[in-house]
Every structure is written in structure tokens, then in C-alpha cells.
Design a binder for this molecule. Structure first.
Ligand code: GLC
Length: 468
């Protein structure tokens, strides 16, 4: 007991050490505070990483840092986002920012992806920003902040960017490779699940935050329509279990017109060998990606867990995802909760999918590494589906290594037994992820700050769709 309390206290101390100050006020947390390695951009505050810290702060009434973060990043949304004189979309939020000191003056410098390795677009930042704004409002009751003209403008800029008409037949959000937590080339371009889960949660959050009035009402209608179609599309087409796999296995190709069963023209030969054995009798998950003749059968953890937390997945799907995690424990949790995606791509496929990325070799980093930050969405999803024992077991597993290993960014190996080859130590979202998990166990009410109940309106709408 004492040991666990010490662990908790050490984690808090490490999180506090990671706080960044701007003009004397806390404004974010650095990605990592590793004294032994060159910082590169790990001394930045990454928007997606800060979410974990932010939830811990909100649980504990430390709301000022979250408010400052929301306001400062909102101001950055107005900055020029340019690469080689090309302007990126107005609603884009930065991937990260840093506080600079020059000649006694402090200012904030942002990176919208124009400095990032591979020049990847941080699509998830804008979505997380809206989600966090809702959490902040829930924690503090300060709806006035969200209703301020600047905040409303910020939300609408993001909505404009996401809801703009584009060349697409699907309600899912079309994005380039590496536009979220997996921010390197990993074959996750198109309609990756994590982005869809975040998109869904951000739309649900925006609907709660838009101020009444003509503009708010118009956007509310757009949002509701998109939520309905997105919800249907994901539940209907991304879902994979043994029954669905059997259907795909017997799919016919080349079907034209409205009566097609195999709407996306998925060829049965594209079902990977590992899957037929891996998928349990009772259990399933949402596929990683879907497009013409393309179903990414890999299991992507963050997208699946966020689909549970946001109620993008149906109640039964949520249960079955948790069943799958329970039954494939060694593969998905192993020595450190939890694997970012399963399985790794290897050989020629690794060459083609990653572009020969040496950081993403099989069972390392994004390509099948284990990321301790994923402990918090796992515990949150477990809480939401009533799997308390599973959550407990995962936390106990993490506690065996995290502090002793100095809170690494990620682990390598099939079972996550090796500290990641290039992992930073004292990674803030590893530390915060552990704290969230512990706090959620102690006070399950906290879950409400970032979860969503089933959207009954979407359910009713789905019942009214004429099916071919
Ligand atoms: C790496 C991760 C990314 C994270 C960043 C900072 O680039 O892939 O998800 O936000 O490090 O920790």
C-alpha cells in the first residue's frame, strides 16, 4: 500500500516538474523531461500529449493551467500557418508550442507541422481542443468561457475545416498520413479510426458548446446530420467480428449499383492470415481504416478505446471490444498496457507501408510498440463498460515497471518487455496517464468529464435509413 502511495506521489511530482510557465502562469506541460537526451522538440507542449495532463489537473481542481492552455492555443489558431508560402486551413490548431525567452521578453512559438519530422498535419489537435474545452466547462461550470466570441469563433473555424464540402462519398474525415498520435508514415492516411473517434467526440462536444443564436443553430444542424451519418457508417462498415469476417470471406467483388453487399469492393484475399485465428468467437473491434478495396484489419487501440468512451461504438460493440482485449491480453497488454496497434507490419510490407522507417521497425514505436499513455483510455473504457477487474489488472501490470523504468515514452517487443529503443524518460503523458487511471479508479465520476452517453437521436435516425 505504502509503495503504491509513494508511486502516486512520485508521479505527481514528475508531472509538476513538467509544467511550462508563460509570463508567470502555468500554460502546459512539456512532452518529456529527460535529462539524458537532447530535447529536440520534446521540450514543446504537444496539444495531444497535454490532454492527459489536463484531465489530471481538472480532476484535482487545478483548472487555471487548463484555462490558460485553452486561451493561448486559441490565440495561436489566428497565426499564419505556412509552409513554403502555402497557407494551411484557418481552423488548424498547432501540433505543439514552446515558450521562448529573448532579451527579457517571453513569447510563444507554435509548430503547425511545418517544423515537424515529415511535415505531418496535426488534425487531432483541433479535435482535442474542442473536447478539452467541454471537459473544462464540465469541471468548472464556466460556460461563459466557451460562449465568449473568441471561443465561439475558434470552434466554428474548426467546424468549417472539418465539415467543408470535399471530394468524398463518406461521412468520415479524410486525412493525410500521420495526422494523429501516429505521426509518421504508417499507412494511416484516408479514414483512420482514431481520427473518426476524435471527430465524433469533438462534434458531440461542439454541440454542447455552441452558443444559442443563428450561427450556433445552423452549425448545430450540420453537426447533428454529420453525427448521425458518421455513427451509422462506423458501426455498420468498420465493425469486425467472426460473423463479419465470414461475410467478407464469402464476398463477391465487382458489385455495381444500389444492391451491392460488398459496398467497398473488399476482396476476401485481403484478409490477413493472422486474423482468422486471432479473432475470438465472442469479441470484435473496429477496423483501422476503410476505403475502396481497402480495409485495414489491424487493431488500433486508441481509436477503439475512444470509440467506447465517446459512444461512437454501440453498447454491444463496446462490450465486444473489451472482450477481445481480455481474450488477447498477451498480445495487446503483455508486459505494459498497451500496444498501440496489432500486429506489426514486417518485411516487404514494412518497407512499403512505412517507407523503410527505422524507428517504426516491427514491434517498435508506432509499429506494434506498447505505449503506457494508453493505460488511461483503457481504464476509462473499462469503467464505462463495467470491467473494473480488467482495469485493476492493467494498472497493476503497469505499476510493476513504470516508475523503476523512469516513465518511458514507449516499450518495444511483441510483449512490450523492452524499454523503447529511442524512448524518452519522464514522458509527461506516461506519467499523467498513470495518474488518470488511478484517479478514475478512486473516483469513477471523473469519467463524465470526457465521456459521452449513447446519442439517442442518432439511434432513431439510423432506424429510419432505407437499407439496400
Ligand atoms: C511522438 C509521438 C506523438 C507525440 C510526440 C510528443 O512524435 O508519435 O504522438 O505527440 O512524440 O510526445
Amino acid at each position: 500500500m505504502q509503495v503504491k502511495q509513494d508511486l502516486f506521489a512520485k508521479a505527481w511530482k514528475a508531472l509538476e516538474d513538467s509544467i511550462i510557465y508563460y509570463q508567470g502562469h502555468p500554460v502546459g506541460t512539456v512532452a518529456a523531461h529527460d535529462p539524458d537526451v537532447e530535447a529536440l522538440n520534446y521540450d514543446h507542449c504537444f496539444v495531444r500529449d497535454f490532454m492527459s495532463s489536463a484531465f489530471v489537473f481538472l480532476f484535482n481542481g487545478k483548472t487555471e493551467i487548463v484555462r490558460n492552455f485553452l486561451i493561448e492555443t486559441l490565440a495561436l489558431q489566428n497565426e499564419t500557418k505556412q509552409m513554403d508560402c502555402f497557407n494551411a486551413g484557418q481552423g488548424l490548431m498547432p501540433a505543439s508550442f514552446k515558450v521562448l525567452n529573448t532579451q527579457g521578453q517571453q513569447y510563444i512559438s507554435a509548430d503547425f507541422g511545418e517544423h515537424a519530422i515529415g511535415r505531418v498535419t496535426p488534425v487531432d489537435s483541433s479535435l482535442w481542443w474542442i473536447i478539452l474545452l467541454r471537459s473544462y466547462v464540465k469541471a468548472t461550470g464556466d460556460l461563459d468561457l466557451a460562449h465568449q466570441p473568441d471561443c465561439q469563433r475558434g470552434i466554428i473555424e474548426i467546424l468549417k475545416l472539418c465539415l467543408a464540402d470535399r471530394f468524398d462519398m463518406f461521412p468520415t474525415l479524410l486525412v493525410p498520413d500521420g495526422s494523429f498520435m501516429i505521426d509518421r508514415r504508417m499507412g494511416v492516411y484516408g479514414h483512420p479510426l482514431e481520427i473518426q473517434s476524435l471527430f465524433y467526440a469533438a462534434l458531440r462536444a461542439a454541440r454542447e458548446l455552441l452558443a444559442p443564436g443563428r450561427q450556433g443553430d445552423v452549425y448545430n444542424q450540420f453537426i447533428t446530420q454529420r453525427l448521425n451519418t458518421l455513427n451509422f457508417h462506423i458501426r455498420e462498415y468498420y465493425w469486425l467480428d467472426l460473423k463479419r469476417l465470414n461475410d467478407i470471406y464469402r464476398y463477391r467483388g465487382e458489385e455495381f449499383g444500389t444492391t451491392a453487399v460488398n459496398k467497398f469492393n473488399i476482396y476476401p484475399e485481403s484478409i490477413p492470415d493472422w486474423l482468422t485465428e486471432w479473432i475470438p468467437d465472442r469479441g470484435g473491434y473496429l477496423a483501422g481504416n476503410l476505403g475502396p478495396a481497402r480495409m485495414d484489419f489491424r487493431f488500433f487501440t486508441q481509436g477503439n478505446l475512444l470509440a467506447i468512451i465517446s459512444s461512437l461504438a454501440s453498447d454491444q460493440e463496446c462490450d465486444w471490444i473489451m472482450d477481445l482485449i481480455e481474450q488477447r491480453w498477451d498480445d495487446l497488454i503483455g508486459s505494459m498496457p498497451m500496444k498501440i496497434c496489432f500486429p506489426a507490419v514486417e518485411g516487404l510490407e514494412w518497407k512499403i507501408v512505412t517507407g523503410c522507417d527505422p524507428k517504426n521497425v516491427p514491434w517498435s514505436y508506432h509499429n506494434g510498440g506498447n505505449w503506457p499513455v494508453l493505460l488511461w483510455p483503457l481504464v476509462a473504457a473499462a469503467q464505462k463498460t463495467g470491467r473494473i477487474k480488467l482495469a485493476q489488472r492493467a494498472i497493476e501490470q503497469a505499476e510493476k515497471h513504470l516508475c523503476e523504468d523512469q516513465w518511458p515514452e514507449y516499450y518495444d517487443g511483441k510483449n512490450g518487455r523492452l524499454v523503447g529503443k529511442e524512448a524518452r524518460k519522464y514522458q509527461s503523458w506516461t506519467i499523467a496517464g498513470y495518474l488518470i487511471a488511478k484517479e478514475l479508479m478512486a473516483n469513477p465520476e471523473h469519467l463524465k468529464l470526457f465521456s459521452f452517453d449513447e446519442d439517442l437521436e442518432s439511434l432513431n435516425w439510423t432506424c429510419s435509413i432505407p437499407m439496400s
